[in-house]
Design a protein around this ligand. Structure first.
Ligand code: GRF
Length: 210
């Protein structure tokens, strides 16, 4: 491990949180120089919150409905992120679009993972859309978050072959397996200062270039 300070990671979730689990595991095994310092969900019953409890990670349910506007909701999210001194915000199955408040406060410090090879098949039904389109290869993408829907600069991608007998579930399961490696890897690169954004391109610096 480097002598660098650990990256303080905040994870925003809405659902089961298996990517959260993969990130916590990588951090607990010291595979990444980062630790998950807070988990925030917009869904009260997200299983991801239970995972946070299991690992003694501070966790919050923030209900969008309790705020008069999306901006006010995000102000609350930003407040929590700052209280926990987050360096990096990870969207992991977070079903809301990041708004301007969050993006301004954490410019180039928010990542998302998407279960398709962007820019193909953005949106919430990407696995189904890719399968119905008939692609032979899909995969997953980790990208920085901008104002658009799955449009930010791409950090890492990995392909997954589509099989003739795939269903949405079987394909998504295999994509998930790849996500569990790709997301911690993107966090590792960020924490080592190896990601350089140049326009819409992200350059991954080698050790020699550092
Ligand atoms: C993942 O497939 C991710 O690509 C997408 O939402 C899913 C979240 O799964 N953005 P989980 O909650 O991490 O299990």
């Amino acid at each position: 491990m480097t002598g660098r300070k650990k990256t303080r990671v905040a994870v925003l979730v809405s659902g089961s949180g298996t990517n959260l689990r993969a990130i916590i595991n990588a951090s607990e095994k010291d595979e990444i120089n980062a630790s998950v310092v807070v988990v925030i969900s917009n869904c009260e019953d997200a299983f991801a919150l239970k995972r946070a409890v299991k690992h003694d990670i501070p966790n919050y349910f923030v209900d969008l409905k309790e705020f008069e506007s999306r901006d006010k909701y995000e102000e609350e999210i930003v407040k929590i992120l700052k209280e926990h001194k987050a360096d990096l915000v990870i969207l992991a199955g977070y079903m809301l679009l990041a708004g301007q408040k969050l993006i301004n406060e954490f410019e180039n410090k928010i990542m998302n993972i998407h279960p398709a090879l962007l820019p193909s098949f953005p949106g919430t039904h990407s696995v189904k859309d890719a399968l119905e389109y008939g692609v032979k290869v899909s995969g997953c993408t980790v990208h920085f978050v901008d104002e658009g829907l799955d449009t930010g600069p791409i950090i890492l991608q990995k392909a997954v072959s589509v099989l003739d007998n795939d269903t949405e579930e079987t394909l998504h399961n295999r994509i998930h397996e790849v996500e569990y490696e790709l997301y911690p890897e993107a966090i590792r690169l960020f924490s080592e200062g190896k990601l350089r954004i140049d326009g819409h391109r992200v350059k991954v610096m080698s050790d020699e270039e550092m």
